[in-house]
Design a protein around this ligand. Structure first.
Ligand code: NAP
Length: 312
């Protein structure tokens, strides 16, 4: 059966749009990038607009089938609502919105409008994550340790929004670990305690220690930082009744009892766009709010303490 071309508008032309989305869109023949909307950013050769409303209202705007929102999370829900109301399919970068209630409202709006809504979690789209999930299935979980530490100056240079309200701070990267954890483990995860360290001149935490329970029993400890100079650490270690599994390098490498496992080549964003096309074809949506719920709970139960002021 011939599958129709999906004409896509890209909203928010910043780091992740340039690094990942544009190559993935250009690598998938089901998509044609027809317009962008961003206050300053643009892509050579593609009609550029200052915002989503202008993009949809411009000549040719009514031919846009779908939009992908790559903005900071604080403005994402409002933009998604506008796109859904205009009948466009919507792909959301992670996190899907700045709050859980916004995610719930967007899911409902998408159902009513009968469009496809995809909340992406790019870290889940690796071959190592697939293999980890398969290996863990049916095993008894004894303990989980997450270490997710990186340098904001290297990975998010100048992104003041990340340390503002709704910017998630350390949870902007750490939600990737939570997206992996909720994907590879069956069973429940409950946040029981959190320690949040916030620079005196900012709002969002730069460091956090979070404790959870898996299935009400196994301890899950999380050591999270964006004030970690040098080599980043993006590791999840899971002790089970049959050995210890480690997902490292942000979900790209898998080892069992320190033995590296061979996995297929990765293609995180290529996989996301292939699934978005399949969802549009099948009239489906996919919105998993669990990683965001863990962040929200950490913020809810956490003690806050002050760090010295931070400037980039
Ligand atoms: P970024 O470099 O700051 O880019 C965000 C862009 O959104 C900015 O360039 C800004 O445009 C644009 N923007 C802001 N408000 C807008 C609005 N109302 N309408 C249209 N465009 C708007 O941030 P980023 O690193 O790409 O991160 C964006 C999202 O992707 C975040 O949710 C982040 O968690 C996620 N993400 C980032 C990475 C990463 O490695 N950086 C990886 C995976 C996911 P102008 O520059 O034109 O003003």
């Amino acid at each position: 059966m011939h599958k129709s071309l999906i004409r896509l508008g890209l909203v928010g032309v910043g780091k992740i749009a340039q690094d990942q989305h544009i190559p993935a869109i250009r690598g998938n023949p089901r998509f044609e990038l027809v317009a962008t909307a961003s206050p300053h950013g643009s892509i050579e050769g593609i009609p550029a607009h200052a915002d989503l409303a202008a993009m949809l209202a411009a000549p040719g705007g009514d031919a846009i089938d779908a939009v992908c929102l790559c903005t900071p999370p604080g403005v994402r829900a409002g933009l998604a609502r506008m796109a859904i109301a205009a009948g466009r399919h919507v792909m959301l970068e992670k996190p899907p919105a700045a709050s859980l209630s916004q995610v719930e409202a967007l899911s409902r709006a998408a159902r009513t409008a009968q469009i496809s809504l995809m909340a992406t979690w790019h870290s889940r789209e690796t071959a190592a994550a697939d293999a980890a999930r398969a290996w863990l299935t049916g095993r008894q979980i004894a303990a989980v340790r997450i270490v997710w530490r990186e340098d904001i100056r290297q990975w998010h240079p100048g992104q003041d929004w990340l340390l503002a309200a709704g910017g998630f701070g350390v949870f902007d990267p750490a939600i990737n670990a939570f997206s992996l954890l909720t994907h590879i483990l069956d069973g429940t995860l409950e946040v029981v305690a959190a320690d949040l360290a916030v620079p005196a001149n900012r709002v969002a935490p730069m460091e956090a220690k979070v404790t959870m329970l898996h299935d009400g029993q196994a301890p899950v400890t999380c050591d999270l930082s964006i004030a970690h100079p040098g080599t980043p650490q993006w590791d999840i270690t899971i002790d089970t009744d049959a050995g210890t599994l480690r997902l490292s390098e942000g979900g790209h490498r898998l080892s069992i009892d320190d033995q590296p496992q061979t996995t297929d080549a990765d293609g995180e964003y290529a996989r996301l766009y292939a699934r978005f096309a399949a969802m549009i074809d099948g009239g489906a949506s996919e919105v998993d709010h669990r990683p965001l719920m863990l962040v929200a709970d950490a913020m809810m139960v956490g003690h806050t303490r002050a760090l010295p002021p931070f400037e980039f």
